[in-house]
Ligand binder design. Structure first.
Ligand code: DAH
Length: 355
């Protein structure tokens, strides 16, 4: 067997082996290793070619041609194998990254305002539509704003009735958690006079209040809305008109109201306000204790001493004021039977009322 014949055979054998190996590569990395193994500088083909040097010059061109055709065949086989492996790897990736778009999405539950917050907002909105300005005061108050300026002097029995939470303070000002939103009257009037001088104002003040009282119908923290108007010709008739409009709007129905004489230190005269029972339309039921009426808030004409405490001349200025309990109004509006439901944070209850 001549050298060239054995070289030819070696080349053929190499081609066959390489093509077989290429087609069995499991991935592109393996294929690349095989490419180096056969076609690389130190590869099998290079080894075979070393034999060419030993051939007679006349035999070399033929072998040269054969080498080229082997190289071409290997490159083609490599190309085919590469394509197949790429295709295969793409397929595997698609399988691995597969998304089941028919799976139902996980629901995002949206939050809702707490029923009390909703009540505070609704009530404030009705008054702002009537031209009242929304004001807020601090929950930590002092005796001047919570009591003295509201015509409740130190020995007044109303102080004891307020079940006040007193706070420790570093100075000689006695601090407390406000027992009602009425102190916002004082703060709003002082601020208004400072900014605008003596002039009419109408304010709605929603907020949280505190009393050291806790039973089935009382919570130590609850909510009130204080409403007042000061001007040169403010009358009790205006008070009644505003109340009538407010209660009918809030309960979405025409409601009769009545004013009964009452007593509050910060108003004179004072009146307790009743509205027709929203549960039985005045026919008499358990909620209104068969009277057809529900007591909903306290009101009156601002006491001259209160006006004086902010420096207003009570001969010239007059005003009306009222304060209402938000929990009670929300309970009546939605027929909520128990005050404690507001504070237990049971999501089923909150979701039913909240919006
Ligand atoms: N501040 C009173 C309370 O918390 C409620 C109240 C009654 C406010 C009569 C008023 C009013 O403005 O005129 O019990």
């Amino acid at each position: 067997m001549s050298d060239s014949t054995s070289l030819t055979e070696q080349l053929e054998a190499t081609q066959q082996r390489a093509i077989a190996d290429f087609s069995q590569a499991k991935n592109l990395k393996e294929l690349d290793a095989l490419r180096t193994q056969y076609l690389g500088k130190k590869g099998v083909l290079t080894d075979v070619l070393k034999g060419v040097g030993r051939l007679a010059p006349a035999e070399r061109p033929l072998i040269g041609q054969q080498v080229n055709s082997v190289k071409q065949a290997l490159n083609e086989a490599l190309g085919t194998a590469t394509e197949q492996l790429q295709q295969q790897e793409r397929q595997q990736r698609i399988e691995a990254e597969r998304l089941d778009i028919s799976l139902p999405a996980r629901r995002q539950s949206t939050g809702a305002r707490h029923p009390i917050q909703q009540g505070l907002d609704e009530i404030s909105d009705i008054f702002s539509r009537m031209g009242f300005t929304i004001a807020q005061g601090p929950e930590m108050e002092d005796e001047f704003h919570n009591f003295d300026a509201l015509n409740i002097p130190p020995e007044h029995p109303a102080r004891a009735m307020h079940d006040t939470f007193f706070l420790q303070s570093d100075d000689d000002v006695s601090r407390l958690l406000r027992t009602h939103t009425s102190p916002v009257q004082i703060r709003a009037m002082l601020k208004h006079i400072k900014a605008n001088g003596e002039s009419p104002l109408a304010v709605v003040a929603p907020g949280r209040v505190f009393r050291c009282d806790h039973d089935v119908t009382h919570s130590p923290m609850f909510h009130q809305v204080e409403v007042f108007k000061v001007g040169e010709d403010v009358s009790m008739a205006q008070l009644k008109g505003v109340l009538q409009y407010f209660l009918s709007s809030y309960f979405n129905q025409d409601l009769p109201i009545r004013l009964r004489p009452s007593y509050f230190p910060f108003t004179e005269p004072s009146a307790e306000v009743d509205m027709g029972c929203v549960m039985c339309q005045g026919k008499g039921c358990r909620v209104c204790k068969n009277t057809g009426w529900l007591e909903v808030l306290g009101s009156g004409m601002i006491h001259p001493n209160v006006l004086k405490s902010v420096g207003l001349d009570s001969e010239r200025w007059s005003g009306f004021a009222f304060g209402l309990g938000v929990e009670r109004l929300v309970m009546l509006k939605y027929g909520i039977p128990d005050l404690r439901l507001f504070f237990e944070n049971d999501a089923r209850f909150l979701r039913r009322i909240g919006a």
